[in-house]
Structure formats: C-alpha cells, structure tokens
Design a protein around this ligand. Structure first.
Ligand code: ATP
Length: 415
C-alpha cells in the first residue's frame, strides 16, 4: 500500500517529513518497503509553507489492512498537524498501486497548477482519501505517491527533541564543515562556502534539526556520524526528487506562463542593470518574444555572473516565472558577443588621438587638420566563460539540480 501525506505544517511549526518519520515507526509492524519518499512539488505554488514538499510511505500490507492503516495515519496527523492554522489543510491518500492517470496527474503537480477537485476525484477513484478542512493537501499527498522518480537523490533528515522545538539550534559548525569536506560532492548543499553559511539546517520553529542531501546513502550516513549537535530524537533517509530539476520544462519564451518553471533560450537584448535592494534585471528575446529575467539579492554572488552578460550574448535561462519575469536559478552561456571599446581614431601622420568635429561630423586632427569618419574599435576580451552557472547553495530551491551533479557539460558549480 502507498500512503501519501501533505499540508500538515504551518510557519509556526511542524513538518510533514516529521509526521512521515513518526508514521514509519508506528507502521513498522506491517513492514516498510524501501526508503520513504520526499517529493518536492511545483515550487511556485502560492499555498506552500516553505519548500512545497509532500511524503509517501510504501507499506507491506494489503487492501484488508487499508482501513487500519488509514486510521493510524489520520490519528497521527490529528495529533501532530498544525490544524488550527487557517492555511493548513492536510490530505492523506492510500492506494495499492499507481495507475497511469495518477502518474500523469503527479507530473502536473510538480510542473503545473491543479485544482483540489481534480486531486480529490482521482484519489477517490483509485484509493482511500482523508481530507481535513478544504482538503488541499490531497493534491500533494496523491502526487507524492504517484510521481515517478527514477532520477532521484537522498536526504537524511534529523529531528530535534520536542522540548527544544522553537529554541535556537545547537550544531557545531566545525564538524559540519569537516563532514562536508569529507563527503562532497557525494553530499551537497550542506554549506555555502562562498557566503560562509551553513545551509542544511532551517531557522523555523519546525522539528527539523538538519537534512543532509546527496547521491550516495553511505556517504550521507558518514557525514551524519561526523556532525556534532544537540540530541537527535530520530532520523530518517528519504528518497527524493530534490536536486533533479524535475520542475523544469523546455519551452519557447512565448509559451512561458506565470507559476511554472522553464528553460528558455534567447539572446540578451537589454543589458543587466541593478535596482535598489541589489536585484539585477535584464531581458532576453527569441522568436519575436521577450521576457525579463531577474537575479534577486538573495542569489548573492550569482549576480556577479549576470552583470557580465552583454547585449547579443546567446543564453538559456532556468527558473520559475512570476509576474512575467523569470526568477533565475541557473543560466547557460551559449555564445558571447564580441565587445569593443569605441574611441576617437589616431591621426596617421601625428600619431595623436583626433578630436570630434561635432555630432555625426567625424574627427579632425588638431595639429595637422587630417580628418576621418572612422572610430577606432578596441577588442575587449570577455571575463565570462561559456557553460552553466547557478545560484549559490544558500539560494537554491530544493528541487533545483546542483551543477555538481551534472557531468559532461561545461559547468561552473557554486559552492
Ligand atoms: P513543507 O515543505 O514544510 O512540507 P510545504 O511548503 O510543503 O511545507 P504545504 O503546507 O504542503 O507547503 O502547502 C502546499 C499546498 O499546495 C498543499 O496543500 C499541496 O497539496 C498544494 N499544492 C502543491 N502543489 C500544487 C500544485 N501544483 N497545484 C495546486 N496545488 C498544489
């Protein structure tokens, strides 16, 4: 049986992954199959609390035990979810297999926007459903069960003892840096060295102490053993679509819609410029359509790369669209336009720089009177290489693929 759960937390507390960890313990007597799943859904959804995550657990049970299992899940959600928060609308689904239409629906939940009714109808058609309040969580619960994640990574989540929830987290920074050093690139996004921040631990009042992400479970566990911290109540390893770019769709600029994430190709038509607050904007165009691109202040040193782009450069931009602007997660520089510094010409007789004779009037040597209409064009080498660039770990979306996971391409990983 496949049990999916979503929308149990609020900004004030709880985390759906914690409920999954508790449920794995409570359902242990049936037998838990493989790793539980942590699925990141469309990161542009306005209803999300934080990372738009949902969870699914595979249980060694059959349909006769479905009611019992559903009861345990409902009781656990009632006990732990932030039900008093008006924006918390938990959903639980239980299916015995994933039919193709559930798989298709789930892919849309990762990349598109769906309705509560669609989720509810489909969940009822193929399994059992328990919806709290407006039932929005059924969307994510069903998607967590249905998403196919052949291309997956892992995250080990460690949780705090209840009496410490809401208090400052105690984690030894040196041990985190050492664990990262010892296991990177099999683990990633634990620290952001360029910005000197530990990024694997949240700052919210939720039960999560930290999460170690990576491709290799043994290396993740090795890092876990090295980290010194306050006491850990429990931990769990999830199989996940984090770090996979599952949210991105390759499209033309004209088809880009708000609330979805894309890879769009185009040519820079408006030079990057900074506005108050440190946000950097520029515009690309392709096939007769334009889109504004933004590297916001939290993307830190990524903006230094963006500022080097020039009109005429061919690039691909990766990110989510909001208010007709793509919020950049990555860019690929495909070709660079030659840049020249335009200067007054040098007099061929006197070897002195000529003076302008006025707007559109050409140039004239002050000494000998020689005239010219041709400026001098000095080639300026570009301080930017072709290839893929990304936001630093401190600005990474959970679902975005870190460049260090890519092979074969020209990559410039941020670390
Ligand atoms: P956390 O990461 O801490 O679990 P969260 O960021 O996942 O929190 P939720 O509290 O789960 O946020 O809220 C997201 C809500 O949006 C859920 O009810 C989920 O079912 C719904 N949702 C997720 N993806 C979509 C989508 N593509 N279309 C419509 N609704 C969605």
């Amino acid at each position: 049986m496949l049990l999916g759960i979503d929308d149990t937390d609020s900004k004030k507390g709880m985390c759906t992954t914690y409920i999954a960890a508790v449920l794995v313990e409570r359902l242990q007597s049936y037998g838990i199959k493989g790793y539980s799943r942590l699925i990141r859904l469309n990161p542009n959804i306005k209803y999300k609390t934080r990372g738009n995550g949902a969870v699914a657990i595979e249980i060694e049970a059959d349909e006769e035990q479905a009611t019992e299992i559903m009861d345990i899940a409902v009781q656990t959600v009632e006990e732990l979810a932030e039900l008093d928060d008006p924006d918390t609308n938990p959903g639980i689904v239980l299916l015995d297999h994933v039919p193709p239409e559930v798989e298709k629906f789930s892919e849309r939940v990762v990349r598109d926007i769906v309705t509560i009714k669609e989720g509810m109808d489909l969940a009822k058609k193929h399994g059992m459903v328990h919806a709290f309040k407006n039932g929005r969580g059924v969307i994510g619960a069903l998607a967590a069960v249905g998403v196919s994640i052949e291309n997956h990574t892992y995250e080990l989540m460690a949780y705090r003892c209840k009496e410490r929830w809401g208090m400052p987290r105690r984690i030894d920074k040196t041990s985190v840096l050492e664990a990262d050093q010892a296991t990177y690139p099999h683990t990633w996004d634990t620290v952001d060295l360029a910005n000197d921040v530990i990024v694997f631990s949240p700052h919210s009042p939720c039960p999560v102490l930290f999460g170690i992400r990576g491709d290799d479970v043994d290396e993740i566990k090795r890092a876990f053993k090295m980290i010194k911290s306050e006491p850990i109540e429990r931990h769990i390893v999830f199989k996940t679509n984090q770090g996979t770019d599952a949210h991105l769709v390759y499209k033309r600029i004209a088809s880009a819609k708000n609330g979805r994430s894309y890879v769009l190709g185009g040519t820079v038509v408006k030079q990057p410029h900074s506005i108050q607050g440190g946000h950097v904007f520029f515009t690309i165009a392709g096939n007769g359509h334009k889109i504004d691109c933004a590297a916001y202040e939290p993307t830190k040193n990524f903006r230094d790369v963006i500022r080097k782009l020039c009109v005429g450069d061919r690039i691909a931009v990766y990110g989510g669209v909001k208010d007709q602007t793509i919020n950049l997660e990555k860019i690929e520089v495909l070709s660079l336009e030659d840049q020249f510094l335009v200067r007054n010409p040098i007099c061929p007789k006197c070897q002195k720089r000529m003076k302008s004779s006025g707007k559109n009037q050409g140039y004239r040597c002050r000494k000998c009177g020689t005239t010219s209409r041709e400026e001098e064009h000095i080639f300026v080498p570009r301080d930017l290489k072709l290839g893929l660039y990304e936001v630093p770990p401190c600005a990474r979306r959970h679902i975005s693929k870190p460049l260090i996971r890519m092979t074969g391409e020209r990559i410039h990983p941020s670390r």
